[in-house]
Design a protein around this ligand. Structure first.
Ligand code: SF4
Length: 442
């Protein structure tokens, strides 16, 4: 691992992205933000179509995406200090009856109240480890709350504090679009359920954890599997042991980066664009494919560029560049390493010498890592402060609202996956849990 030559002095860093945005908008802070509306309350956008200010603001939101009813006035008017005190008081009253989960990309003012902080799958497992809790308040986005509902007890209520907190990437693969794609593949490959002479099926569907429960259920029904950014390679090995090719959705970049690292040629990874006839591809290309990539992406991780890496290297000789595999392939190739949020956290924790890190992932996590490791210099590759639009919808006001309602005996914003979807979705998740890296003991 490369290190800087000078010894960095520990320095206090404010991990609050909200504070930084407020200062930029007020003119007292340095730097820039992608949208000054980020300084407003998310309730200003709940009734409007779209993902709201932030990285996904240009993405097309599906018709019928959940809307959040207006947050009661008292929570919109409350100061940060008042909300903080009310959340603490409600949590204390509820005790073990509630567990609060905070995603790595969640704003600091919310994460500080979380009983568990992690990525989506770590948090779903944390929910599973608390069967005593009556309510699980998931401070993340919609598909994460669905996954927690899949893995938690039937009598546990999973609550998403703001229903407008979807995920623009997960929304890029709807169940109707995936069913339509599968029908086309059936036309090309015929019987999808009967293995060939080598025991391989024509197509194995693989979905990233960042997908709706309906998609996970589809995958479970069709012999497929779920993956995370930590285990994508292991899951693709699992799939290639059972099929000629993989249909990978919704994130093209995770699929491409993982398959490329496994030696799959780029020309055998066609893109399926659900908005174009025949997915924008053709039968011969599909027949020759190894991985069919869905035309989905994360607008947070798509902001990172090779130019930003070049600038970081020019301005910080010896900098260690680590990016998330949801970044485009050229960015992953130009970085020193790529991996999940857990990988990034562990890489920083493992650095024994003061090191300069340029990180390509969501700004809230980067700021928190910088505050947790003052011996290192840690900064976001993207100089523009632009958080995940939907994670940012979970303001402390919503957390206080759902917790105080629980104290009063009311469950708000419950996320429930119907059993017709949940049962096959759990099958796909269980296949993932059982998948072992190549060479690992069975
Ligand atoms: S960071 Fe990207 S993938 Fe994660 S919730 Fe936000 S839009 Fe979705």
């Amino acid at each position: 691992m490369s290190t800087v030559s000078l010894t960095l002095q520990p320095r206090p860093i404010d991990p609050s992205v909200d504070h930084e945005i407020q200062a930029i908008v007020a003119g007292s802070g340095t730097g820039s933000t992608c949208n000054t509306d980020l300084a407003a309350g998310p309730w200003d956008f709940d009734a409007r179509p779209g993902y709201g200010p932030g990285a996904s603001m240009g993405d097309v939101i599906p018709t019928g995406a959940p809307r959040q009813p207006q947050l009661p006035q008292e929570y919109r008017d409350a100061s940060d200090e008042e909300l903080d005190a009310r959340i603490r008081a409600a949590k204390q009253t509820l005790g073990d009856r509630v567990v609060v989960l905070g995603h790595f990309y969640q704003r600091e003012e919310v994460v500080r109240h979380a009983d568990y902080v992690g990525d989506s799958f770590q948090l779903a497992n944390a929910a599973k480890s608390r069967p005593d809790a009556e309510a699980i308040v998931f401070c993340g986005v919609h598909f994460m709350a669905e996954t927690a509902d899949l893995l938690s007890g039937a009598d546990q209520a999973v609550i998403l504090p703001n229903l407008a907190a979807g995920c623009s990437m997960a929304d890029m693969a709807s169940i109707d679009q995936v069913e339509e794609c599968w029908e086309t593949l059936e036309d090309v490959f015929g019987d999808m359920d009967t293995p060939d002479a080598d025991g391989l099926l024509p197509v194995i569907p693989v979905t990233y954890m960042n997908s709706s429960a309906a998609i996970k259920g589809f995958v479970g029904r069709h012999g497929g599997i779920v993956c995370t950014s930590s285990n994508a390679r292991t899951v693709l090995e699992w799939a290639f042991a059972r099929g000629r090719r993989v249909l990978f959705f919704p994130d093209q970049h995770l699929g491409r980066n993982t398959a490329k690292a496994m030696g799959v040629p780029l020309e055998q990874m066609p893109m399926w664009n659900p908005t174009r006839p025949y997915g924008g591809t053709d039968e011969a290309t599909l027949r020759d494919s190894r991985v069919i990539l869905w035309h989905g992406f994360c607008s947070v991780h798509r902001r990172f560029t090779v130019d930003q890496i070049a600038q970081a290297r020019a301005e910080h000789p010896g900098v260690e560049v680590i990016v998330h595999p949801e970044c485009p392939m050229d960015v992953v190739d130009a970085a020193d390493s790529a991996g999940s949020t857990d990988f990034i956290r562990k890489a920083i924790a493992a650095a024994t010498e003061p090191t300069t890190f340029a990180i390509g992932t969501e700004i809230n996590l980067v700021q928190r890592l910088a505050a947790e490791h003052p011996q290192h210099e840690i900064f976001c590759l993207d100089p523009v402060v632009c958080p995940c639009s939907t994670m940012y919808r979970i303001h402390p006001g919503y957390l206080a609202w759902v917790l105080e309602a629980l104290v009063a005996g009311t469950v708000l914003n419950r996320i429930t996956v119907p059993s017709s979807v949940a049962d096959p979705a759990r099958v796909a998740l269980e296949r993932m849990l059982a998948a072992k890296p190549a060479g690992a003991p069975a």
